[in-house]
Design a protein around this ligand. Structure first.
Ligand code: AMP
Ligand code: MG
Length: 493
């Protein structure tokens, strides 16, 4: 590795400074022939970097890990994790590096991370590499999530390395550069708690509080308040996932960030026909991470965080257990509140209360019974407020929808401060027209893998404005054709 000339990013590496013992300094493997496949110009600008500089050969060398930019201190972060319920005491960044923390123009701190950058001390049996397809999937889906208003890590670039990686076949390799509030995971706390070094655990918690839940610092019990902050952030995050039909696919504790952002996109996908049992990941045989299980799994993961925090919460485990359990239990109510807010808004209700849960559930049941596409079903609802309602036609038995509509319309009309045009406009701001549909994602990934990048850029352009219906983009709004079949995604790829 060489050092690039001139400052690029404004680095300030607090994790490395404050948390020795939770990382290994490391460098990326050289990429023989880097080629920029996609760059997020707007994100680069937000990070205070001129995108034209990143497009130069020197810039691409930074994005692929060939050059360490001034101020960066690349490390592989250590963490543990429960994977499909089983504990692994040492996972860590096996094929990723934290390059450093970038302060943007507003002074906000972001991790700049590389994925697919070669083996690290945490690589175990893995090759440390990534293929173009899965890195493009993370890019497309994370940027779509961002445009949908969902807290998420974002993607800065995908650079092909010029080297093949061995998967089921030989595939072109790539490095994804991604940006997140941090990559501190539930698994980071599990790893640190297992070291039985109370000062390091406290330092990690203080670090995470300062970065993500600063109000907790001045609470009576800062670590309990931190736990509550993570519980609340996750409750809202999962409710938002559910409201767009997102299935993360691998909600292991090492893939859950304490910031409340969505991270580590692997075998993720969006549900088409509404079915709570929807699973896409080829390795999730038991459906542990099915769409409908996501809230319970979040709670399960948060229990692991709570256990890790016990030594900080009170001098003895007995004393810590009761308040920590109370915080954990608050997840369910909090989740239900947030679900009501997000699904209520999808139904045109700005003030949804517990009495509306039945209305929400009955609509979801209708979608399920009639095999209606989740995204199209909700999007169509704003038209069902007016004359000549096309929504009915989505249901095998339109009369079933009529019965539900007869209950729903008066409830919407009871919001006297908004007329139906305003309600319809508000619904269209939360019910997307365009999501990363599986058949479209597969198509751009397979073409992109072999250098055809136009379809990728076109899809990214559509997904950047998911709520604005535009003429000529009909094919992006349509569900997969019938012959697309049973969709499976692959993890660890
Ligand atoms: P994931 O399920 O992708 O979040 O990864 C789980 C763990 O496996 C993490 O510790 C990763 O760093 C590691 N891992 C996944 N793929 C590879 C790979 N190709 N080489 C090395 N480590 C990997
Ligand atoms: Mg992961």
């Amino acid at each position: 590795m060489s050092v690039a000339a001139g400052p690029l990013f404004a680095f300030d590496n607090s994790f490395v400074r404050e948390l020795e013992g939770l990382y290994e300094p490391w460098q990326a493997a050289p990429a023989p022939a880097p080629e920029l496949l996609v760059l997020n110009d707007a994100l680069a600008t937000d990070l205070g970097v001129d995108p034209t500089v990143l497009r130069t050969a020197d810039g691409v060398d930074v994005l692929v890990g060939n050059t360490v930019p001034p101020g960066a201190q690349p490390v592989a972060q250590a963490y543990a994790g429960h994977q499909f319920g089983g504990y692994s005491p040492r996972l860590g960044d096996g094929r990723a590096l934290l390059l450093g923390e970038v302060l943007d123009a507003r002074g906000q701190r972001h991790d700049l991370h590389l994925k697919g950058s070669g083996r690290t001390p945490f690589a175990r049996g893995g090759d440390g590499k990534a293929a173009v397809g899965p890195m493009l999937r993370e890019y497309v889906v994370s940027e779509a999530m961002h445009a949908l208003g969902i807290p998420t890590a974002r993607s800065l670039a995908v650079v092909a390395t010029g080297e093949d990686v061995v998967r089921e076949s030989m595939l072109p390799g790539a490095v994804l550069s991604r940006v997140a509030a941090s990559h501190i995971r539930v698994g980071t706390f599990e790893y640190t708690a297992a070291l039985r070094d109370p000062e390091l655990l406290r330092a990690l918690a203080d670090h995470a509080i300062a970065r993500h839940h600063p109000d907790a610092a001045t609470a009576d019990s800062p670590y309990l308040a931190f736990f509550q902050g993570v519980v609340d952030a996750q409750a809202d995050l999962i409710a938002r996932w559910m409201a767009v039909g997102f299935v993360h696919g691998v909600m292991n504790t090492d893939n859950m960030a304490v910031s409340g952002q969505t991270i580590d996109y692997g075998p993720c996908a969006f549900m088409d026909v509404y079915d709570p049992a929807t699973v896409f990941s080829s390795i999730d045989h038991g459906g542990r991470y099915a769409y409908g299980n996501q809230p319970q799994i979040a709670l399960w993961n948060l229990a692991r965080l709570g256990e890790s925090l016990l030594p900080l919460i009170a001098p003895t485990q007995e004393q810590a257990l009761e308040p920590a359990t109370a915080v954990l239990r608050s997840f369910t109510t909090r989740y239900e509140d947030r679900r009501r807010v997000h699904f209520g808004a999808k139904l045109g209700l700005a003030d949804a209360g517990p009495d509306d849960d039945g209305l929400i559930d009955r609509f979801l049941n209708l979608l399920h019974e009639h095999d209606v596409d989740f995204t199209a079903g909700f999007r169509s609802l704003s038209t069902a407020l007016g004359e000549g309602d096309p929504t009915r036609a989505l249901f095998a038995d339109p009369a079933a929808f009529d019965a539900w509509g007869a209950e729903w319309r008066p409830r919407v009309a009871a919001q006297h401060d908004r007329d139906s045009a305003e309600v319809a406009a508000a619904m269209d701001r939360v019910n997307p027209v365009y999501i990363p549909r599986n058949h479209l994602v597969e198509d751009v990934l397979s073409r992109g893998t072999f250098g055809e990048l136009e379809p990728l850029h076109a899809l990214l352009g559509v997904l950047a404005h998911p709520f604005d219906e535009r003429p000529g983009l009909e094919r992006y709004a349509h569900p997969a054709p019938a012959d697309f079949g049973d969709y499976r995604t692959f993890c660890g790829t």
